[in-house]
Design a protein around this ligand. Structure first.
Ligand code: SF4
Length: 398
C-alpha cells in the first residue's frame, strides 16, 4: 500500500535564530504541500476553531496569517471560517480580519441557517445541514488545533470539519445526539428512587433524570467510564455503559467529514495540524486548561487520515506531562501495562481516539500508513550553515 506523506516541523530548533524555528518550518511545510493547485480566484476556506469565551488555546494568529498569505500568493481568496459565536467574539482572542489578513466569515451565516442538506441515513440521522460557506468554497484548508475531545477522545482534522462544517442543529443535536440512539437504560427495571441513586453515583454529573417522564440520560461526552453507576446498579441491572454508544459518535464524525471532503477536488484539500497547547478537552469548552502533553510542532499532509494518525502517534509518544491534569479528572488510568493513548488515560478507554480514523480509512478517506518527513530537524539545522539572526530589524531605531 502506498504511504501518505506527512511533513513535520518540530518545535525543537537546531539554531538560535528565527530561520530555523517553527514559523520558518511552517513556511517549508506549506512549500512541501504545494499550494500551486490553488487557482487564481479560488475561494479558500481556512476552517479553524476560533475558540469560545476564554478558550484562547487555539492556533496562534501568527501561523494563521502565514497560511492566509501563502494562499494569497497563489491568487486565491482566503477566508477564515468557524461557527457564528466563535466568529462574533473572535476579536477577544486576537483574531480579526486585520490580524489574520483576510475576512472571517460565519460558516453557516449569521444565524447558522445558510446550509445545504445532505443525505446521511445513519442510525437516527437522516440528513445533516452542511454549512453553506464550506459547501461553496473551492479549496479546503483544514487548520486544526490538535487536542483531546470529550466525546471522540481526539479533536483533530476530522473533527474540525465533521462538527465545524455543519449548521447548529446538526452540530449540537444530530451529531452529538447519535450517542443516544442505541438503548442503554431499561426504564421498566428502574424505579424513580433507583434512578436518583444512579444520578448521585456519577462523579462527573454525566447522568440526569427527569422524574415526570421517568427518563434517564447519560451524557456520554462527560462520561469517563469509571463504572461507578454500574456498581450502584448491581442487582437491578438497568444501565449499561457500552462501547457502541461512543463508537456511534466516532463513526458519524468520519461520515460527516467525508461528506465535506466530497465537495472539494482531491487536489484542493490541505490538512495542517498544530500540536501546540494540547489540552484534554476541546476548544468548544471555552475555558483555559492546563496543557497535558508538551508542545510538539506542526504537521501537514494532503491525507486527512494520515495527518491525524501521525498526530496521535506523536502525542502518544510524548505522553502526559506529570502533574498537568486538573483535579476534575478523577479516574486517570496510570497503568502503563495497558497500551492506551494519553487521551484514553484521561477521558476513558472507550474514547479511543483512533476509532474515528479507522472508520475514515474504511470509507477511503485516506491511509493509515504514512511517512513522517521531518523538515529542518534540530539535528539537520545544527549541521547546516548558521543563519544570520537579527534582533530588531524592522524598523531599526538605531
Ligand atoms: S461510567 Fe462513571 S462517568 Fe460514566 S455515567 Fe457512569 S458513573 Fe458517570
Amino acid at each position: 500500500m502506498t504511504k501518505s506523506e506527512v511533513y513535520f516541523g518540530s518545535l525543537f530548533h537546531g539554531q538560535n535564530n528565527f530561520g530555523s524555528a517553527l514559523g520558518a518550518k511552517l513556511d517549508k511545510i506549506i512549500e512541501k504541500l504545494d499550494f500551486s493547485t490553488i487557482e487564481k480566484k479560488d475561494k479558500v476556506a481556512v476552517k479553524m476553531h476560533l475558540g469560545f469565551r476564554d478558550g484562547y488555546q487555539t492556533v496562534p494568529v501568527y501561523f494563521v496569517r502565514k497560511v492566509v498569505e501563502a494562499v494569497k500568493k497563489q491568487g486565491g481568496y482566503p477566508f477564515v471560517t468557524d461557527n457564528p459565536t466563535s466568529v462574533y467574539n473572535a476579536v477577544n482572542r486576537g483574531y480579526t480580519s486585520e490580524t489574520v489578513g483576510c475576512p472571517i466569515i460565519p460558516v453557516a451565516g449569521i444565524k447558522d441557517g445558510y446550509k445545504y442538506e445532505q443525505e446521511i441515513n445513519y442510525k437516527n440521522i437522516d440528513t445533516l445541514d452542511m454549512a453553506g460557506a464550506m459547501h461553496d468554497a473551492d479549496v479546503l484548508i483544514d487548520l486544526t488545533h490538535s487536542k483531546g475531545h470529550g466525546c471522540n477522545g481526539y479533536g483533530g482534522a476530522i473533527k474540525n470539519i465533521a462538527l465545524g462544517a455543519y449548521a447548529a442543529q446538526s452540530r449540537w443535536k444530530k451529531i452529538h445526539g447519535v450517542e443516544q440512539f442505541l438503548p442503554y437504560w431499561d426504564k421498566d427495571k428502574c424505579s424513580p428512587d433507583h434512578a436518583k441513586k444512579l444520578v448521585e453515583a456519577c462523579p462527573y454529573k454525566a447522568i440526569s433524570y427527569k422524574e415526570e417522564e421517568h427518563e434517564l440520560k447519560v451524557a456520554f461526552c462527560m462520561c469517563n467510564q469509571c463504572m461507578e453507576c454500574i456498581e450502584a446498579d448491581k442487582g437491578v441491572d438497568s444501565l449499561q455503559i457500552k462501547q457502541e454508544n461512543f463508537s456511534s459518535f466516532q463513526e458519524i464524525l468520519a461520515i460527516a467529514a467525508k461528506k465535506v471532503m466530497d465537495t472539494f477536488d482531491k487536489d484542493k484539500q490541505f490538512y495542517l495540524n498544530f500540536l501546540l497547547q494540547i489540552t484534554p478537552q476541546c476548544d468548544c469548552m471555552g475555558i483555559a486548561q492546563p496543557v497535558m502533553v508538551t508542545d510538539i510542532g506542526i504537521l501537514g499532509s494532503r491525507d486527512i487520515v494520515a495527518v491525524d494518525v501521525a498526530s496521535l502517534d506523536l502525542i502518544k509518544k510524548a505522553g502526559i506531562i506529570p502533574n498537568s491534569l486538573s483535579p476534575i479528572f478523577k479516574h486517570v488510568n496510570w497503568n502503563m501495562e495497558e497500551d492506551l493513548h494519553p487521551f484514553q488515560r484521561v477521558l476513558g478507554k472507550m474514547k479511543d481516539p483512533y476509532i474515528a480514523l479507522r472508520y475514515a480509512k474504511e470509507m477511503g478517506m485516506g491511509t493509515y500508513e504514512y511517512d513522517l518527513i521531518e523538515i529542518m530537524s534540530a539535528e539537520e539545522m545544527q549541521n547546516a550553515e548558521p543563519i544570520k539572526h537579527t534582533y530588531e530589524g524592522e524598523p531599526s531605531f538605531f
